[in-house]
Design a binder for this molecule. Structure first.
Ligand code: FAD
Length: 520
């Protein structure tokens, strides 16, 4: 690249820095308008410390050039004129480029996130990208020199973090996941106004329905609030899924299912939330968070369950700053050699403990119950017992989390003795179960007192069909109190809960939907 002045060149290299383009060599004239070559190199060095530097000087500038060997750390100075170039210029440039290339490591080409390690906003964006399988480079502003260089190049101050820089050089400060999704061009709008089937939720149940619905020729749309995979997307290793004897990670399962669903022609919209459902004659209409509406012959509610929060002083304040609910497994790398705590005694907590034990110094599991066996599969319990850096504290709950900007200590209460103990903790990972989040559904979709959606025989009272039921048949096994609205997976009343049953119900729902469509 050529520039007419030092200032123009500095502006250009700022843009190159933001795009993460490497610079091999600065070839700079000492005599330039407004800024000397040495002054330019001193500034350029801050952004590109590894670029080679050659200064072009006149005889009268020799002293300046020699002084610049220290201040601008120039590698070479060339005396003007450099005629013939074959003799006096090209050889020098070749040597400098060879040196540079020998030490050069190609830069990361994806998204870069600059932020504070303990900032909830940074965690939210990282979590979002990880769950959507979008690679990114994390640059901790406290430890990475290139983080401050990028902040300077993007003219961003510490109060505007996280800074998210995209491969084309555009950047966002303090963005929401939705804003990042838009910038990435993720699909957040449906293509058609009307479908045969709209699947609400992209966990295992919803993904299975999308695969089998599209494969069976239904015009199928799946709407997912966060990222396809659902709870399973947070699982490091699902060991009990048919056909995968050595287990597979939830992200892998989700990735495969998304590819499969799209191959069959299903449309997936994410991140996008369904906020309302209504019935209009034979159509079922969903309203999305952006206000748009889409209609369908049938709906499948597969919205799963949401994490149960724990209530103790400090937990809410430090959520995302050392306290995490069902953190994605990528978070484990950030806790290498540290002491962490896990709340929960079911399989998800057990899997997390085993996974974290590869990185953290120690893991303490806080389990409310008197034994692990009541909530956990035997194979996991055995693995936990055999893992040296995992300690299990039974009858234990979190009484408080302490720390000014991040989790620094937690108080543990023994519920049998009532005794409390405060211990140093770098992080608290909560796997305390979940509840269905179905209050947004209309009244006509009947639920049990906990909010789980009723279907099939569970809707029948003394042999009678639901109140406003019109078809001349009983509700199908996975059909709700509204004909044509089906339910599958964890959100269903009395469902078996788990990946396999979710997938099974998603597939079965499609068969029942075909029966419904053939009768209407
Ligand atoms: C860490 C962890 C480990 C686990 N390990 C195992 C295991 O080894 N084996 C096993 O069998 N099970 C395991 N489970 C349980 C298993 O993941 C769940 O039973 C399964 O994911 C349920 O599937 P689902 O499709 O019914 O619901 P979910 O997986 O909960 O998916 C529901 C989806 O709906 C979306 N959604 C919710 N509301 C809306 C809305 N309004 N609009 C749009 N989208 C919405 C959510 O974002 C979510 O993606 C684990 C769970 C966790 C958290």
């Amino acid at each position: 690249m050529a520039a007419e002045s030092g200032r123009a060149a500095l502006e250009a290299i700022e843009q190159l820095k933001i795009r993460n383009d490497p610079i091999a060599l600065f070839l700079v004239d000492q005599r330039m308008p407004a800024m000397s070559g040495v002054e330019f190199l001193e500034s350029a060095l801050r952004l590109y410390p590894d670029a080679k530097r050659a200064l072009l000087t006149a005889y009268a500038d020799t002293d300046a050039a020699i002084r610049a060997i220290n201040s601008a750390r120039i590698d070479h100075y060339l005396m003007k004129p450099w005629d013939p170039p074959e003799e006096r210029l090209y050889g020098v440039v070749d040597d400098l480029l060879d040196d540079w290339q020998a030490a050069f490591r190609p830069p990361f080409e994806g998204i870069r996130i600059v932020g504070h390690r303990w900032s909830p906003q940074s965690s939210e964006v990282r979590d979002f990208l990880a769950r959507n399988l979008i690679p990114y480079q994390w640059l901790n502003v406290e430890t990475e020199e290139s983080a401050s260089q990028l902040m300077a190049a993007c003219k961003t101050d510490a109060g505007q973090l996280p800074l998210v820089i995209f491969p084309d050089g555009t950047h966002l400060t303090c963005p929401t996941p939705n804003r990042v999704a838009q910038q990435l061009g993720l699909k957040t709008r449906a293509e058609l106004p009307f479908y045969d089937l709209i699947v609400l939720g992209g966990g295992p149940a919803g993904l299975a329905a999308a695969v089998y619905g599209a494969a069976d020729g239904l015009k199928t749309l799946l709407v997912e609030r966060e990222a396809p995979g659902g709870q399973a997307g947070r699982s490091s290793r699902i060991e009990n899924y048919l056909g995968f004897p050595s287990g597979l990670s939830g992200t892998d399962l989700a990735r495969r299912a998304v590819i499969q669903a799209k191959r069959f022609g299903a449309e997936i919209v994410a991140p996008q939330e369904v906020t309302k459902v209504r019935v209009e004659g034979p159509s079922r209409v969903v309203t999305l968070a952006d206000g748009s509406e889409i209609g369908a012959h049938t709906l499948l509610i597969a919205t799963g369950i949401a994490f149960r929060k724990i209530e103790a002083p400090g937990v809410e304040e430090l959520n995302g700053a050392g306290v995490y609910y069902y953190a994605p497994m990528t978070e484990a790398l950030s806790y290498r050699d540290m002491d962490i705590f896990i709340v929960g005694g079911a399989n998800s907590a057990g899997q997390a403990a085993i996974y974290f034990s590869r990185y953290a110094n120690s893991i303490t599991m806080l389990v409310r119950g008197a034994s692990l066996s009541s909530g956990m599969s035997q194979y996991l319990e055995d693995q936990i017992k055999a893992t040296k850096n995992i300690v299990v504290r039974l009858n234990s709950v979190v009484a408080a989390v302490k720390g000014s900007a991040r989790c620094e200590a937690i108080t543990i209460r023994n519920i049998s003795s009532g005794q409390e103990e405060t211990v140093t903790a770098c992080a608290l990972f909560v796997y305390a179960g979940a509840v269905p989040h179905t209050s947004w559904l209309p009244e006509i979709v009947e639920r049990d007192p906990q909010g789980y959606v009723l279907s099939g025989a569970h809707l029948m009272r003394d042999g009678k069909r639901p109140r406003d039921w019109t078809p001349n048949r009983d509700p199908f096994y996975l059909e709700t109190s509204v004909p044509g609205i089906f339910v599958a997976g964890d959100v269903r009343h009395r469902s078996a809960k788990g990946v396999t049953s979710g997938v099974g119900e998603g597939a079965m729902a499609v068969k029942l939907i075909h029966q419904y469509l053939s009768q209407t």
